[in-house]
Design a protein. Structure first.
Ligand SMILES: Nc1ncnc2c1ncn2[C@@H]1O[C@H](COP(=O)(O)OP(=O)(O)OP(=O)(O)O)[C@@H](O)[C@H]1O
Ligand SMILES: [Mg+2]
Length: 308
């Protein structure tokens, strides 16, 4: 379990992480989302003591990272995949980590195989591709068989087989009762992997929710099918309500939830044969939530064409 309480980090006069509190629970995959520069990597560094908070605190399985005698068994991390000595082989890099914790060579071989690196284990890490580096980073994170796994953009640079591997791996780790935290900019992938979401913008907590609630509450309206659309339309009408229809017996209602619509229809004896809240995609819900906190806003495509 990771528990952050009022975690704050300032660099000069810029507050990069601002009063952030959240919990990463065992048995769940927590997706840590936010636009570029939102403070995700800084938060992750503070979790493992690579940066110290200006204010607030964070614990890993009940105590600060530095207080653990054998931290690799508590939390395995991937922060910067490239922060490995380029002249060392993957095998020797993992062995060096293993020696710090008395982890047997057998476990090193195991994680090399798990990460699909067997054929390149003896190769210099400096010659690794982006994806091979990511795989080595994930192998390092798993080395100590930790209760918590925290990965900063783990699927960055992975091929489709690698993305699927990470998805199944993280799901499996959470199902074994481990706490998994990952940051990602790939929304459709996060929607598939994560249960829980912690979303930040400019260092502040914007949402602490589940993928399901977040995409449902972002609200794509409620689809209602009825044999009496005209009558239902007038019964549901109200100042905050908009109703559109895509076919003769189907209405898309925004501004009233499914429960309300069902109750009104029942009260007036209008038969319904479908009543479905429409979830929006995680990407759409995320863009909507973070619109005002994006720091590095891209210019529209036509600006580039005009300039050319
Ligand atoms: N050592 C540092 N000194 C000064 N500013 C820093 C330092 N590290 C990070 N920052 C600033 O903190 C802010 C948050 O950076 P961080 O890397 O945590 O964002 P992020 O959410 O991980 O972004 P991305 O999605 O691009 O990886 C940025 O504005 C960054 O410039
Ligand atoms: Mg980052």
């Amino acid at each position: 379990m990771i528990e952050a309480r009022e975690l704050t980090k300032r660099y000069g006069d810029k507050t990069v992480v601002d009063n952030l509190s959240f919990t990463v629970k065992p048995g769940e995959v927590t997706g840590f989302l936010g636009p570029n520069g939102a403070g995700k990597s800084t938060t992750m560094r503070m979790i493992v003591g690579l940066d110290s908070p200006t204010k607030g605190s964070v614990t890993v399985n009940g105590r600060s990272y530095a207080k653990h005698a054998a931290p690799l068994h508590e939390i395995g991390t991937l922060l910067e995949a490239k922060s490995v000595h380029p002249g060392r082989s993957a095998f020797h890099h993992l062995m060096a980590l293993a020696y710090t914790h008395g982890i047997p060579r057998r476990r090193v071989d195991e994680v090399i195989e798990l990460a699909g690196l067997t054929s390149v284990a003896g190769k210099r890490v400096g010659a690794f591709s982006l994806g091979m580096g990511q795989r080595l980073g994930i192998a390092s994170a798993l080395l100590g068989d930790p209760a918590i796994v925290m990965l900063d953009e783990p699927v960055n640079g992975l091929d489709p087989e690698g993305v699927l591997w990470v998805r199944n791996l993280l799901r499996g780790l959470a199902d074994e009762g481990r706490a998994v935290m990952l940051s990602s900019h790939l929304m459709s992938e996060t929607a598939l992997i994560a249960d829980h979401l912690v979303i930040v913008g400019r260092g502040r907590l914007l949402a602490d929710t589940t993928v399901e609630d977040f995409t449902r509450e972002a609200g794509g309206g409620v689809k209602v099918s009825t044999t009496e659309p005209m009558r239902l339309r007038s019964l549901l009408a109200g100042p905050e309500v908009t109703i559109s229809s895509s076919s003769a017996e189907e209405l898309l209602v925004a501004g009233r939830d499914a429960r309300e619509i069902g109750a009104i229809a029942a009260q007036h004896g209008v038969p319904l044969y479908e009543l479905t809240p429409q979830a929006v995609s995680l990407e759409a819900a995320f863009m909507d939530l973070t619109r005002d906190v994006v720091e590095y806003q891209s210019a529209p495509a036509d600006t580039v064409r005009k300039a050319a």
